[in-house]
Design a protein around this ligand. Structure first.
Ligand code: NAP
Ligand code: ZN
Length: 359
């Protein structure tokens, strides 16, 4: 049991690269003046959690308590906290710290700070260097700067995935002008990230085409999520027919896949944004993007400001993730199903309803 001297916490942790989670007791840090203590209500299961607990990226610091799509309620605030009070409904996303002094932090891009501290499996030098423990646990203590407010009226279980999946697609859509009515957006991979990208694209008034490997998702994508078209990426005829039609593409695929056929879908000067994290390098031949002047960009989640703006936008447009709410004791099955692409479209753990409350 790992102790930080503060409130007792109970969660589920992976102990090795089998990624199997089991109950785990630890303690949170003693809250500082600018800290908010949050009782976790819901936490989404992001594919990043899966990459980390299975050590796909070679950086797991076991025991890993995953979870960075957190919605909860404030149970206590330090004396210096100005933005939150007990009883507020709040969210915590992918990170809980940054240096606050570099160029990126100065510009409000904390997510690109070299010292960004992930909410789970991060090293938090400002708090003793102990690996961070995420939201698959009953309580979390977070500096108020990294906490966002959940607007009234949003369903909390459907909101949890927005804290990572939502902002990860919303942020690059805003940055690259992929938020303009009439433009054509391609969304590659209809999973947790992809399905919210479709919803944001439609709320912006765009034409949205899903590019998928799963023919079984076609009907739901069009009838329920509102996509305009649905392409099977492994069907060269369908892909050929859509050549040069898209202004931008958000690629959310978690595994290695060919991106040359995707770049061919862009108009000249079109923009591809890669947000997925395959562990094997993608191939990017010059001919696929140089002649068309096409852009290939990355994106890592979004800033705290982006996250707040995204939640306000979601509140206004009634956007929430499509979720399958589970109890914590189903988490290992859920992760196996996520690995097999058997989820429509995000698992969310009812943390408070599974673990009770130590908060
Ligand atoms: P997810 O729910 O598993 O969705 C990924 C989708 O990719 C699947 O639903 C599937 O869609 C498609 N896919 C899976 N395997 C494929 C393959 N071999 N070839 C082609 N397509 C495949 O995962 P997620 O939570 O949305 O996360 C997606 C990726 O983004 C992960 O790598 C995750 O780590 C990363 N991520 C990045 C950030 C960031 O800040 N950049 C933030 C969060 C997550 P179809 O069935 O439609 O083909
Ligand atoms: Zn995530």
């Amino acid at each position: 049991m790992e102790e930080q001297g503060g409130q007792a916490a109970f969660g589920w942790a992976a102990r090795d690269d089998t990624g199997v989670l089991s109950p785990y007791s630890f303690s949170r840090r003693v809250p500082k003046d600018d800290d908010v203590t949050i009782k976790v209500l819901y936490c989404g299961i992001c594919h990043t959690d899966l990459h980390i607990i299975k050590n796909d990226w070679g950086n797991a610091m076991y025991p890993v308590v995953p979870g960075h799509e957190i919605v909860g309620v404030v149970t206590g605030v330090g004396g210096g906290v100005t933005r939150f009070k007990a009883g507020d409904t709040v969210g915590v996303g992918y990170f809980v710290g940054s240096c606050r002094s570099c160029d990126s932090c100065g510009k409000g891009n904390e997510n690109y700070c070299a010292g960004v501290v992930p909410t789970s499996n991060g090293v938090d030098h400002a708090h003793g260097g102990v690996p961070t423990k995420g939201g698959f646990s009953d309580v979390i203590v977070v500096n108020e700067h990294y906490v966002v407010r959940v607007p009234d009226g949003l369903a909390l279980d459907r909101t949890a995935p927005l804290l990572c999946a939502g902002v990860t697609v919303y942020s690059p859509m805003m940055r690259h002008g992929l938020n303009e009515a009439g433009k054509h957006l391609g969304v590659v991979g209809l999973g947790g990230l992809g399905h919210v990208a479709v919803k944001f694209g439609k709320a912006f008034g765009m034409k949205v085409t899903v590019i998928s490997t799963s023919a079984s998702k076609r009907q739901e994508a069009i009838e329920h999520l509102g996509a305009d078209e649905f392409l099977i990426s492994r069907d060269p005829e369908q892909m050929k027919a859509a050549t040069g039609t898209m202004d931008g593409i958000i690629d959310t695929v978690s595994a290695w896949h060919p991106i040359t056929p995707l770049l061919a879908l862009l108009k000249p000067l079109g923009q591809m944004v890669i947000v997925g994290g395959p562990s094997k390098p993608l191939e990017l031949p010059a001919y696929a993007f140089v002649p068309g002047g096409k852009g290939v960009a990355g994106n890592s989640v979004g800033s705290v400001g982006d996250c707040q703006a995204m939640l306000e936008f979601a509140g206004k447009h009634g956007i929430g993730a499509e979720v399958e709410v589970i109890k914590m004791d189903y988490v290992n099955t859920a992760i196996e199903r996520l690995e097999k692409n058997d989820v429509r479209y995000r698992f969310v753990i009812d943390v408070a309803g599974s673990l009770g409350s130590a908060a």
